[in-house]
Write a protein that binds this ligand. Sequence first.
Ligand code: GLU
Length: 483
Amino acid sequence: MPQEIRTRFAPSPTGLLHIGGLRTALYAFLFARNQGGKFILRIEDTDQKRSVPGALENIIQTLADFSLNADEGPYHQSERLEIYKKYAQELIDKKVAYYCFCTHTRLEELHEQQIAAKVPPKYDKHCLLLSQEDRETLLKSDQARVIRLNIKSGEQIVFTDEVHGEIKFSSDEIDDQVLLKSDGFPTYHLASVVDDHLMNITHIIRGDEWIPSTPKHILLYQAFGWNIPKLAHLPLLLSKTRKKLSKRDGDVSVKEFVEQGYLPDALLNFVAFLGWNPKTEHEIFSLAELVKQFSLDKINKAGAVFDLDKLDWFNGMYIRNLNAKDLLEKCSPYLKKAGINFETLSQEFVEKVLLLEQSRLKKLSEIGERVGYFFREPVYDPKLLIWKNTPKETILKNLNSLAQFLLTVPTENFKVTELEPLVKKFIEDSKMKNGEVLWPLRVALSGLEASPGPFEIMEAFGVLKNGKEIILKRITKATENLF
Ligand code: GLU
């Protein structure tokens, strides 16, 4: 039977899940699903000082919101401390690791001396060289101790990364890594190697920033005599200027993106392309389609540019694909946030209003600002009501006669297809000019410099029982604001 493919996402609960973390989770998920394998969630919470309250819940909730459901887990490393102790002891027994009793003060002094001497700071193996007797005495004492990996100098550590190809390190660059801390907690290196082995992880997929840790892991696998899983390090996320991604360029939590009105499907589609490319023209992919297309060999080596305009484009595409009901559901929280009281109004009206803006929306959070005038009376800027250099008197006369005309049109005819020809004919028959009627009409209805056309706005109001009344009231109010 072929080996089951198993990947894992192994976040530390040190803050809200960021976009880079979402990408790591997505790729690990996609690869496992594509291969008919399993995706495992493991919470790496052994650094208690760095744990942030609420971070764990946020990670789990975000993965659920994006349908990146794990087949196993979450496993919590903090509940597996005995396991790591046992394996650290195994390395002591094999004499590839050793106890270190050095105090914080000694380590600091050593560090300072090395910096002053311009040599790369590294532990000097002081405790490896203790006599058997001294070690025994210290072990029996209550002196704090850690376990360190004994890294031999002059060795080459080579591994083949699925994305980057062969990567080489010299063991001289690597410090005698602490594996077990004095509080009995493992470090990331020990816990993650032990777990990847015990959880039968076949492919480790994670960000490029973990490449420098990998030689330490390779040495640990070798010390235990375990097989090394395949490794795929994902390209860094870069700003448009090819610098490290900052908060301003979009290195913010996934939660913040969602709150700004990005749809999870759009975000996921965008994130999928941060370092991976199906090498086709096609850009819109559902999660199921991504699963079908995904492969490690299409991951790029070079840093992935995080382009917020592209994200807006994806989001716009997904917003446009929503049906009226879904659009209303997704926009509801943002309408409420904008203080728009839409729940007492007919659903048909609200949906019509939202559909008017659907094709222009980039983020759902823009909706309140765009459609607010449908729900509250506009405040007029008198200058805006004037079309080019038309005298105010002409605008006033035109709006008044248009209002008279609209009174005679039954509300059933307030449809763009019917109303537009009727009004245009009226304008022509009355020898008025289109711009001198339709511009002030549109501003009277919306109060805005830019909005959908007047006929679209009137069609939407036409759905309301008092729609025509609202329209006429606005025209009157606008005329009052002209002078
Ligand atoms: N706990 C590490 C993190 O926070 C996991 C790194 C890895 O995937 O090995 O990203």
